[in-house]
Design a protein around this ligand. Structure first.
Ligand SMILES: [Zn+2]
Length: 419
């Protein structure tokens, strides 16, 4: 191993990414929990997940890495640096939706491991260690909430509450973490104070923007914020056939009018960036020939601008008061803006691949939203065919998977040589 100039190290690392090895590694990981429809079902901290983790750990050892874990069973695979400096981190998650694809999360972890293999093949040593992370339970389908591993890494106090979260069979996260410790007794604990120099998460877009623009790489400038509300409209149950229209108190009529009003002001406030969804409805008594006495429906509003989110909160409260409707806030997260220097750095890494790129905001949540509180953070996207994700048909062109990994290797190698 020889030290290289930073730009040379970056060029060598991206040039030594092996398309065949990368694509084979995606197939190999997908075998753990593979579904008959070619999707993947790999719940966090399940027996299947443990087998997949063992597979990754063995690969990491074969590449000369050290492997550690932490209190939330995050997996850290580290390639040593030549100096005693904070590591550069990359990675994502390997748990999936019950009817998930083979790329969501896994691509980011496997691309990170491919970057380590490429650095090894190129004979490049770096000043800083490079650490590939698989964050525990990002999807939040077995244990709620999602992104437990990354949020607990940034704020370990969260683990006390997370530990009590139970899956549908009554197994708690604390039980599952015990099982992880018993399965991997040889894994040392990562030093808690060991902060990262930077975090880059490479992920499939899970939406259509890159494909529609016919652009192979996306630099993600941030993640939009979200509000979740439940609104409860009251009426009076009565006979659908005998009650004149003017004498009704119909909770559903009110709910539909409210939905229209909310969609109208949400769109006016946020314009083309507005995402508003009325996804869950519960109707009492939910009978074909009875006027609804109560309707509760949810509102999911997302926008990249914190001022627009605040204005939405205000308008929703006004609207609910005017109609005497009860509102409950279920969840709220402010938008996250990624690190400007890192965004520029990723732009350079994409430009070095000769591919066109787009700067965009992520519509979905990712582990990076929490890492952004810990260290300079940014994300890279590759296109999702048809914008489809959380689906067995999730796919990305091989060329795009390779290009994303080359851009990642370029960016990581340069960051690993920063002082
Ligand atoms: Zn994901």
């Amino acid at each position: 191993m020889t030290p290289h100039r930073t730009d040379e190290a970056a060029r060598l690392a991206s040039g030594h990414v092996s398309p065949a090895r990368l694509l084979a590694s995606i197939e190999a990981l997908a075998a753990f929990g593979t579904r008959p429809d070619h999707g993947v079902d790999r719940p966090a901290l399940s027996a299947t997940d443990f087998k997949a983790r063992r597979h990754l750990i063995e690969r990491a050892y074969a590449l000369g890495c050290t492997v550690t874990t932490d209190a939330c069973a995050n997996l850290f695979m580290r390639r040593a640096g030549t100096e005693d400096l904070a590591p550069v981190m990359t990675g994502s998650h390997i748990d999936t939706q019950p009817t998930g694809g083979r790329l969501d999360g896994c691509y980011g972890v496997l691309a990170g491991i491919e970057c380590i293999a490429a650095l090894n093949d190129a004979g490049v040593s770096t000043r800083r260690p490079l650490e590939v992370v698989a964050w525990t339970n990002e999807e939040g389908t077995r244990f709620q909430p999602g992104a437990m591993g990354s949020s607990a890494f940034v704020d370990p106090a969260l683990l006390e509450r997370y530990g009590r979260a139970a899956d549908t069979s009554g197994t708690t996260l604390a039980d599952a973490l015990d099982a992880h410790r018993r399965t991997f007794p040889g894994l040392a604990m990562r030093a808690e104070q060991d902060r990262a120099h930077a975090f880059i998460e490479l992920h499939i877009e899970q939406g259509p923007q890159l494909e529609l623009a016919n652009v192979p790489l996306g630099v993600v400038s941030g993640i939009q914020g979200v509000r979740w509300y439940a609104l409860t409209c009251k009426g009076v149950a009565a006979h659908a056939g005998t009650t004149p229209m003017h004498a009704r108190h119909d909770a559903m009529t009110l709910a539909i009018a409210l939905g229209t009003e909310i969609e109208t002001f949400a769109t006016a406030l946020g314009r083309e960036h507005t995402r508003v969804t009325f996804g869950r409805w519960s109707v009492t008594p939910n009978s074909i020939n009875t006027i609804a006495s109560e309707v509760t429906f949810t509102v999911d509003f997302r926008h990249p601008d914190a001022d627009v989110l605040a204005a939405f909160d205000h308008r929703l409260a006004q609207c609910a008061a005017r109609h005497r409707v009860a509102t409950e806030s279920l969840f709220s997260h402010e938008p996250v803006r990624f690190d400007d220097a890192l965004i520029a750095h990723l732009g350079d890494a994409c430009a070095a691949q000769g591919g066109r790129m787009l700067t965009l905001t992520s519509g979905a949540f990712h582990d990076a939203i929490y890492l952004a509180k810990h260290c300079p953070t940014a994300m890279l996207f590759v296109p999702s065919r048809g914008g489809i994700s959380h689906n067995p048909n999730e796919a990305t062109d091989d060329d795009h998977l390779v290009l994303g990994t080359r851009a990642l290797a370029h960016a990581l190698a340069a960051l690993c040589n920063e002082s």
